[in-house]
Ligand binder design. Structure first.
Ligand SMILES: [Zn+2]
Length: 310
């Protein structure tokens, strides 16, 4: 009897879990430290994550996101704090992080990024914007011809905002996911926002990357000794996200380089990555293999080569 009850209880538990959402969608923000909130972006809508940092007199938002999400977030801000959003930091030029820029500036904020983000936008836009207009209602709804570039940039890293409550460092650690990659570092709270330089899960695109240098940038990020790592996509966590992203990139690069030197094309390769990379291996690994192969065989960062992918 007890045995049957146990089985019934186990079944109930199983049932409860099978109906639980795999990943919370546009759910309540997670409080990482007093005045620091992490919003998980809805991956089905292509949204990135967002971090909100409260200063003495204003808020900082990390990543403008797509317009649809920017609108939702702008409506969410008064629930967090009556303070205005003064800065919106674009971690990089990709649309899921920057295409909402004009909505934030219309709401009174200053968009800011590392200067490399402007160069990336100059290189890839308005081509990618035009593609997004075709594919996304929220981008179309803005009736713009191009992304609104960040209003303020910095070239000397770190660019520091400081007041009585905390210090916020905007960091450039080198070309990884994109040439313009920026990080946001809170030294007191040991919180690092990485954009897509580190993501939690198989959620990255490598097309604009410098695959040889990316692990070096992540090693620099690890040297900050963060306790909390808030990635551009996937759940928040600790430094393991940086370690895992770095290992995946190193292992992938090494495996592809080895087989490329044996004369194999990406389609002929059999890439077996160690189990430590599991969380980062995408369903379509061949796409990543092709990008690494291009970099290895053409002796230039993949992102410096002509490419029409991200
Ligand atoms: Zn992204």
């Amino acid at each position: 009897m007890i045995h049957h009850m146990r089985i019934a209880a186990a079944l109930l538990l199983l049932l409860a879990f099978s109906f639980a959402p795999v990943q919370a969608q546009s759910s309540a923000p997670q409080l990482i430290a007093p005045g620091v909130w992490f919003f998980l972006g809805d991956s089905h809508k292509g949204y990135s994550n967002t971090v909100v940092i409260e200063m003495a007199d204003y808020l900082i938002v990390v990543d403008a996101n797509y317009p649809g999400r920017a609108r939702e977030l702008i409506a969410e801000m008064p629930k967090l704090s009556p303070k205005p959003v003064r800065y919106v930091f674009d971690t990089h030029a990709h649309g899921d992080h920057s295409y909402g820029n004009s909505l934030w500036t219309a709401a009174g904020a200053t968009t800011i990024a590392y200067s490399g983000v402007l160069k990336d936008m100059d290189r890839y836009e308005p081509l990618r914007w035009q593609a997004a207009v075709k594919g996304r209602e929220d981008v179309r709804s803005l009736h713009q011809d191009n992304v609104e570039q960040p209003k303020q940039t910095f070239t000397k890293s770190p660019f520091i905002l400081q007041d009585s409550t905390r210090e916020v460092d905007f960091e450039y650690l080198g070309w990884g996911h994109t040439p313009g990659d920026g990080y946001v570092w809170l030294p007191k709270e040991r919180i690092l926002c990485t954009g897509d330089a580190a993501v939690n899960g198989p959620r990255n695109r490598l097309g604009d990357a410098n695959l040889a240098n990316w692990p070096r940038a992540l090693a620099k990020a690890l040297r900050l000794k963060p306790v909390h790592v808030l990635p551009g996509h996937g759940d928040a966590g600790g430094p393991g996200i940086l370690v895992g992203q770095r290992h995946f990139l190193l292992d992938l690069y090494q495996a592809v380089a080895k087989q490329a030197h044996e004369g194999k094309t990406p389609e002929q390769m059999n890439i077996q990555l160690p189990s430590r990379d599991e969380n980062w291996i995408p369903k379509d690994l061949l796409r990543d293999v092709k990008v690494v192969y291009a970099e290895v065989t053409q002796h230039q960062p993949a992102g410096a080569l002509p490419h029409d992918f991200q």
